[in-house]
Every structure is written in structure tokens, then in C-alpha cells.
Design a protein around this ligand. Sequence first.
Ligand SMILES: Cc1ncc(COP(=O)(O)O)c(C=O)c1O
Length: 398
Amino acid sequence: MLDQLQRLPDDPILGLVAQAAADHNPQKVDLTIGIYMDENGLCPVFDAVQRAQQQLVAAESTKAYLPAVGDAAFNQGIQQLLFGEDSALLADGRVSSIQTPGGCGAVRIGAEILQAAKPGNRVWISDPTWPVHIPLVGSVGLQFSKYRYYDPATHGVNFEAMVEDLKGVARGEIVLLHGCCHNPSGADLTLAQWSVIADMAESQGFIPFIDIAYQGMGDGLEEDAAGLRLLAQRLPEMVIAASCSKNLGLYRERTGAAVFLCQHADNAQALVSQAKVAARKVYSMPPAHGALLAGKVLSTPELTALWHEELAGVRARINGLRGALSETLGAATNRDFSFIQREKGMFSFLGLSPEQCQRLRAEHSVYLLDSSRINVAGVNGANIDNLATAVAQVCKEG
Ligand SMILES: Cc1ncc(COP(=O)(O)O)c(C=O)c1O
């Protein structure tokens, strides 16, 4: 029976990652995978996380399961990170959460809850969005519609078109929004635009589902949550998927949380009970290590302070690279790449055609997706000139 199953193609992004890894050209520039890399091309462990890990390992006396809802310090830390330490919503018990295996687990548990509340409901996703949203959300039985979001002509959000499309969202439907550092475009909403979305959600009665996988990688931990907090101030209900993969560098430890904002404290508790049942169906118990580390960093003032400092360094490097790329690519090609400096987080589209991207890979060992999405953090002092020369070459050839 099992022999009927055909071999499936690799995930397009992971396929390119493997292709890049197999290329031994010393001039190679790999901008494919969405992990933060330092100046040496390494994905570092934060010192704050290392210290938490030393403490954890020294004190650990059991590998028994965590509670199904996850680690208490972690859940509290994530809620405070999202809503602010002094949030009245937290004090009123209107927020609850469950620890999940990464942000992907959080998106999936969030989708399970939305499906339980209204089976077959419609989720509106940005065009484009992170492709993994489709299997994560679609596999529970929810339907999709797209709203226009990124305008390749302006390299920014086409907010007029977004609003036009969201006027079609019916009461009770879901709108999936990227909390900050939009993946793949890097084009984020302004606070004034978040406010328009809040007006629409209020008057049309739709429910935001916010995926926030890059809090702290754009303008700052507080700044990057400002849109989410604005919606939370004004709306009765919201589902949030949070990830610690990037901002705490815990990728392989699979650390995230599905977070629920509810009208009343008892709804918030009801949703956690639903989320525990949903988790039981797919993976049962959450992984411990990453959440215990994150919980320790978020609840120990010295470690929190160290992490804030390190994260500020990551942000400064990304934003510095954005400036350097805008200038270097602009000078090499005589084109305007200033949009890279305006965008946020790890990703931007270079605005090249799929054929140009294929030539960059085949002829220059410069690896980026066919959509021309690059991971800005993959750029460094040693490869930026190769990148600019290669981009200039393919631009010249048309
Ligand atoms: C938009 C978005 N959401 C969620 C995630 C979740 O990632 P993870 O499951 O590794 O925490 C990612 C990671 O790339 C992402 O880009």
C-alpha cells in the first residue's frame, strides 16, 4: 500500500537552500533561508540564551512533560512582550496563551481554534504572504481569499487596494495580518494604516489573526508590537501566533505561542482548554527546552537586559545592511534601491524577474528566491560587492 505514494518535490525554499549548500564556489552569496546571520555568515546563539541554558542545565532535575499549556514563565513573558508589561488587558485576564512548537505550531493551533469556532470560515491573506500559511491554515479546513498588499511598482504597501479588498470581508471572517517585518516583502503598515484596519474590523466585525514572527527585528520590541496593541485596544477578539525563532534565536528549539484576546476572562480560559484539546490531536505536549530558556530570559531582569542589548545589535546590523545595500546596489546598477532602506526586518524583494534570479543563481552563485526575495541578513562585508556586481550584470542583460 505504501508503495503507491509518489516522491514529492522539495519545498521550493528548502530546495534552493540545499542547492546553495551544494555550491562550493567561494564567491557564493546565499540569501535564501529565513534565518538571521551575523557578519561571519553564522546564525549565533544569543549570550542571554547561553547563560539561561547553563543555569537550566545545572538545575534541571527532570525531563517529565511540561503542563499541556506550557511553561508558566514563558506564557507570561510572551503575553507581556506582545501587549506590554502594564497592559490592562492582561490585568483583566482577557488574554490567554498556550506554548506551541514554534510559530508554525502557533499558526496551526490558532487556525484550529478559528475552525472550531466556525468550521469552514474564510481567512483573508495578504498577496503575497509567507507560503507556509497556506498548508498550516488550510489543512484544518478554513477557506482562503487574498487581499492585495504589496505593490511591486512602488515597492511598498498598496494600502488603497488593501482597504478596497478588505471591504469585502464579511462579519465573523478572519483577516491574517503580519504583525511586523512582513515576510516576504519587508513592507509594513504604518500606525495610521493599522488604525484604519481597526476601524474596518470594528465596523465590519472581522477578526484579526496576527502572525508576529519578527518582533524586535524591525524598529524595536515595543515599536514592532504597536500595530497589534492598537488593534487589541479597540477590538473584542483576536488570535495571535508568536514565534521566538528569530528574536531569541531559538529556531531549532521550536518555541512559540498561540495567544488569544477575548472579550471576557472566562472566554480566554475556555480558549486555552480548546487549544489543549487541539494540541492533543496533533502533537500532544509542547517541547520544553526552548520555552524554558525563553521563560528564563524573559523573567530574569539581568538576562532580559542582556537580550535587549543583543537584539538591538541584531536590529542595528540589519538596518545598517539595508542602508549599505540600497547604496551599493544603486551605485552598481544606476537603479533606485532606496526602498530596501525603508523596508523592515529580514526580507525584501529586489524587484528582479524570475529569469534574472535564475541567472544570478546559475551564473553568479547568488542564491535568492525566484520572486527575488532576499534575506538581508545573509549579506555581509565580504559578499556585498559580489552581490552588487552580479545584480548589475543581470540588470544590464535585461
Ligand atoms: C511569517 C512567519 N510566520 C511564522 C514563522 C514561524 O517560524 P517558526 O515555526 O520557525 O517559529 C515564520 C518563520 O519563518 C515566518 O516567516
